[in-house]
Design a protein around this ligand. Structure first.
Ligand SMILES: NC(=O)C1=CN([C@@H]2O[C@H](COP(=O)(O)OP(=O)(O)OC[C@H]3O[C@@H](n4cnc5c(N)ncnc54)[C@H](OP(=O)(O)O)[C@@H]3O)[C@@H](O)[C@H]2O)C=CC1
Ligand SMILES: CC(=O)N[C@@H](CCC(=O)OP(=O)(O)O)C(=O)O
Length: 342
């Protein structure tokens, strides 16, 4: 029997992407759709690409509206999920696409988000060591941030194999949908189009502690991360260029072998053949992740590059993949690795 799923934040980008994927999921029936300022509006006016749901009307995000579902996806601004989640029973699978339950260290949360820490839930990145075990049967899932998804998948094989020094340098470009749908001054179309610019420079981006958490767990020792995000003039996609100094004795062959071993059985993460490089266009709208790795012998550095769709594998696709594991469905159910080209 199909599970009944509600989506809170259905008017936003993450909620809209969750609905796009859930519409194609053979074991999910879509229940309540809730919003905030757009409650009372028809979904067709807010998410015109979701034609089968065009006549559905958004209700307020309340415990009553979300009651009676097997799964509740929360696509709410940071800090809003805990109050909603605590009103949902322990048997309901709550999948939080916000940041509230991702970090283990309350001090990290308070420093980067400036509010009391709500707690820590099983982390929705199945590909990390132990990731699937943590999600199996869980009724609470913290979906990772989009940049930490791209970066962790690019670098964990190097750290898990003990090939890299514990200091990573990351520069990643994101499409503008990463910033959400609400209008923002730095996202005016005429200023974003035809230009790339950095932001959150100097360790200030809130995804830095999440990357440190993931890479340190893979390495078995603390890993420092210097992360610089940049905004790219495209609606979707993240290209993460990650590098770390190689440990003594590392060769191009040993790096390649470690990545082949770590990613061989992954249904969504694809280590490209040597000589091919990840591109955001290749994963547009798909749950696939492209990874490539190279050893820069002159600099003594491992360079790992990944491409994801920030809204699919970076948010809603990762959420559905994790839901599948938690509920015992095949992990790939309802998810595509087929992109859109050109
Ligand atoms: N965009 C992305 O690439 C990613 C987003 N996420 C996370 O997903 C969550 C949603 O992000 P995104 O979809 O981009 O943001 P949007 O701004 O596009 O959407 C926000 C949603 O939350 C609703 N909302 C706003 N304020 C409140 C409130 N006070 N109480 C309840 N609902 C509220 C909005 O409703 P209404 O429109 O009706 O006001 C809307 O449905 C965030 O936590 C974000 O960090 C995670 C990974 C990637
Ligand atoms: C381009 C852009 O602005 N991206 C967002 C990341 C959005 C995201 O995935 O992260 P959260 O779920 O943690 O909000 C940012 O840098 O804040």
């Amino acid at each position: 029997m199909a599970v009944r799923a509600a989506v809170a934040g259905a008017s936003g980008y993450a909620g809209g992407e969750a609905l796009r994927l859930l519409l194609a999921h053979p074991e999910v029936e879509i229940g309540a759709l809730t919003g905030n300022s757009n409650a009372g509006q028809k979904l067709g006016t807010l998410q015109p690409h979701l034609l089968p749901l065009a006549d559905r009307v958004l209700t307020e995000t309340t415990a009553e509206a979300l009651a009676g579902h097997d799964v509740v996806f929360l696509a709410l601004p940071h800090g809003q999920s805990a109050a909603v989640a605590e009103q949902l029973g322990p048997d309901v699978l709550v999948v939080d696409m916000g940041a509230d339950f991702r970090l283990r260290d309350p001090a990290d949360w308070e420093r980067f988000y400036g509010s009391p820490h709500a707690g820590t839930w099983p982390y929705g990145l199945p590909e990390l060591p132990g990731g699937r075990t943590a999600l199996d049967g869980s009724r609470r899932i913290a979906v990772p941030g989009c940049y930490p998804t791209a970066v962790s998948l690019a670098l964990f094989p190097a750290y898990a194999a003990g090939l890299a020094e514990p200091e990573a340098v990351i520069v990643a470009a994101s499409g503008t949908s990463g910033a959400g749908k609400a209008p923002k001054a730095h996202l005016l179309g005429s200023e974003v189009m035809g230009s790339m610019s950095p932001y959150g420079v100097g360790g200030g981006h809130r995804h830095t502690p999440e990357m440190i958490q993931n890479l340190s767990a893979a390495a078995g020792e603390p890993v420092s991360v210097s992360f610089t995000p940049t905004l790219a003039p495209m609606p979707r996609g993240i290209l993460a260029t990650c590098s770390a100094k190689a440990r003594a004795g590392v060769t191009g062959e040993s790096v390649r072998a470690a990545y082949e071993k770590a990613l061989a059985d992954e249904p969504f993460v694809h280590l490209l053949p040597e000589g091919q490089w990840p591109a955001t266009a290749s994963v547009y709208g798909s749950n696939a992740v492209q990874v490539q790795v190279a050893y820069d012998a002159a600099a003594g550095r491992i360079i790992a590059i990944s491409a994801i769709d920030n809204l699919t594998k970076g948010t809603a696709g990762g959420a559905v993949q994790s839901m599948n594991i938690a509920l015992g469905f095949p992990e790939e159910l309802g998810l595509s690795t087929i992109g859109v080209a050109p």
